[in-house]
Design a protein around this ligand. Structure first.
Ligand SMILES: [Zn+2]
Length: 302
């Protein structure tokens, strides 16, 4: 689609069965002043996930998309997230093939902005440890870079997340060696019309990218949603991969409300491909309105 002067291309890296019952969680009220603890959604609210999925004719495990987005500003090519590369196995790692099918070559990419350093976002920069974008500079929040590239943090983190540390370290290594990993400070404008917005919770340095051209706005929001049919109607549902579940919930509720109120475009990493659409509020619940697919590349109406 066109967003003002910018061409936005959604790129599918692959889909994989998302283990809803195992990894979806929910914050539980804690003792006053203490961090809330979280429990498995299936224990805290038995039946909720299955009922919400059944309402849209799905059942667990749900195939989850891994989306990335290419922004052609007219003079720069900027990739937002990079898929899983070789880190998720045969399901995924199709980003480059789909980039080429869209008419671009990996060597043309100028910059890659990562929403966070989880495997399915960073892995595609270096499948099998080899730099896939030989001319690109990789940008990510300094907070996430400092967190995920630390062995000390890996040792202190839950076992579930250890592979994420290893994946981030291996994927970024060739870029670090080449001097082409450039962490940014929170809130930085990275390119004309593209700004990083700190949205910590899912990871410590998780970032949104706000893209604006000719008054039209798109917010690429990384991992605010993992299973749309569950988390739009109930934004309190979290995932076991959240570094801080309570903060992740707060970010989700805030950005859903903001997106619904302001009506801008949203690009989501794990909403069913292409993951472009709008959010509307329905009382205290939210609904995702997917973009109407068209083969005519024209400015969106909104
Ligand atoms: Zn993630």
């Amino acid at each position: 689609m066109m967003l003002g002067d910018f061409e936005i291309t959604a790129l599918l890296d692959g889909t994989h069965p998302f283990p809803v019952h195992e990894v979806m969680t929910r914050n539980m009220p804690g003792i006053a002043g203490a961090k809330p603890s979280s429990g498995k959604l299936a224990d805290v609210k038995p039946g909720e996930a299955d009922a919400l999925l059944a309402a849209v004719d799905l059942k667990a495990p749900v195939e989850g998309s891994i989306n990335a987005f290419l922004i052609n500003t007219g003079n720069r090519l900027i990739l937002i997230d990079s898929g899983a590369g070789s880190l998720y196995g045969a399901c995924c790692g199709n980003l480059i093939r789909n980039l080429e099918a869209s008419g671009y070559k990996p060597e043309q990419i100028d910059e890659i902005y990562l929403t966070h350093l989880h495997a399915d976002h960073v892995g595609g920069v270096a499948p099998n440890g080899k730099m896939a974008f030989p001319n690109a500079t990789v940008r990510a929040s300094k907070v996430d870079v400092d967190y995920w590239l630390s062995k000390t943090n890996e040792n202190a983190a839950p076992a579930l997340l250890h592979a994420m540390f290893e994946g981030a370290m291996a994927s970024l290594k060739p870029y670090i060696d080449a001097g082409r990993l450039k962490p940014f400070d929170n809130g930085a404008e990275l390119s004309a019309g593209i700004r990083a917005i700190p949205a910590p919770g899912h990871t410590p340095g998780h970032s949104f990218y706000e893209v604006v051209s000719r008054g039209q706005k798109l917010v690429l929001w990384g991992d605010i949603v993992h299973v749309g049919p569950i988390q739009f109607p109930d934004p309190a549902v979290t995932v076991a991969y959240d570094s801080d579940g309570a903060l992740a919930e707060t970010q989700r509720e805030a950005i859903f409300a903001d997106a619904a109120q302001n009506g801008y475009w949203v690009g989501a990493a794990h909403v069913a491909f292409p993951g472009l659409g709008h959010v509307v509020a329905k009382g205290t619940e939210f609904t995702w309105i997917g973009a109407n697919y068209t083969t005519v590349l024209a400015a969106p109406a909104k």
